[in-house]
Design a protein. Sequence first.
Lengths: 280, 257
Amino acid sequence: MAELLQYLVTGVGIGCAYALTGSGLVVIYRVTRVVNFAQGSFAVLAALTVTTLLGAGLPHGLAEILAVLVAGLIGLLCGLVATGKPGTTPQTALIVTLGLGVLAYAVEILFWGDQPRSFAGLAGSTGGVQTHYLLIIGVTAVVLAATALLFARTDLGRALTATAADPYAARIVGIDVLRMGLLAFAVGGALGGLAGVLITPVQQVSFDSDVALVVNGFSAAILGNLTRPALTLAGGLLLGVVQALVGGYLSTSYQSEVALIFMLAVLVARAGRRGVLEAA
Amino acid sequence: MTAVPALLTVTGATRRFGGVHALRDVDLDVAPGETHAVIGPNGAGKSTLFKLIGGQLVATAGTIGYDGQRIDRLAPHRRARRGIAIAFQDSPVFGGMTVTENVMVGAHAVTRAGPVAAVLGLPRHRREEAEIRELAARALDRAGLTAWADRPADALPLGQQRALQVARALCGGPRLLLLDEPASGLRGPERSALAGLIEQLRGEGLSILLVEHDVAFVARLADRVTVLDLGRVIARGTFAEIRTDPAVITAYLGGPP
């Protein structure tokens, strides 16, 4: 029983990282219609930035927050490169983000090498589980709730939502649609960065860690048609828990296959009914 | 017009698509407080003119002045910030949002508190949020939509959706309202309800530029009418004046009576 509880908590913790990554994808996709393949790089860059900041003597907390802000800034730059030129189609922008993801590999290896890195999280354990998992869960809950509030209760959130609903009409009612897209990229970057910063103390990070995060985050987001934040959260948590259970009771080597099979199953089920990306 | 300078002045507006002139050397002005209608048969260039003023299209030649300044190179959202609001044809209500939220989006054109204030929940942002709510409530009231405030916008009947578009445009406190075929697709009672709403706004002194197909609608609302045909102005004046104009009768009504 204690074992099961452990798997559940660690699964939810890892699932939070997937949910954050997926939420970043959703925010960007809804506002810009761009599937951002550089989403995983935000996490890796933020995590590696933390290792550097800690090495430079910054205290925990401050280093993590700064790294998340850096990730937001990187997201903004990514959006500027991918969508900044007026008239760029979402398809073109998608390819640009793919290229930026590859560029990020080069930058990461250049600055941080190709060896996995990590840093300490919250020390100690609670009920047989590393306390850091509880921190992951708590921070994710607060941040996703705050993001939901930002969208629902602020002028900016309404402008973002209106842009997501109908960019052409949004422009007509006075919304700077390009700026909204860039903001979405910044928010997506920060959410991705947060995923990396939270998860690195329990899972080492290296330049190619983005693949696992983005595959799982994308699977979570696909569950919500890339447009539904609540379903994305549910999908992320589900993936994390299933993977923890598979890894715990069967074998850790099947973990990433679970995400791929899950994504395929959802896609196949959806394809029978309607186009997946267009359905929003 | 008189000594009062016009709010909107279109001078020599020309727009070519390839070799085709959609609009050729069109002059038009809207005085403060005036309701000015643009009519013409299909393909006359009405919506091209409308898009040039709103900023969705750029003129091949000619200038557009608003409130004493040229606006023809400004992006659409910058024109909105200066007080030009657009409703109807190309600006449906936003699905997935309530009626109130839709109207509140209209205030985006005049908000000042930026993303940082919003994220940090600064008092400045809270104050502005309260003001926007107030503005939205007033706009809903003016458009007669208070009873529908919390409904999903895309579930409203078409007539109410049109009223909502007006309310959304009003929420930013515009000085010039551009209405693109407000009556299209509406049935009799809905149509006259919408005409009543526009009449009320006109009574409140708002300047309105109206592009419309429906002649009865224009007759009821417009102080002045500009008639376009094949991209050119063929007549202008009060409705009574243009309805007897031979060029208008030929072009608009399809041949001599």
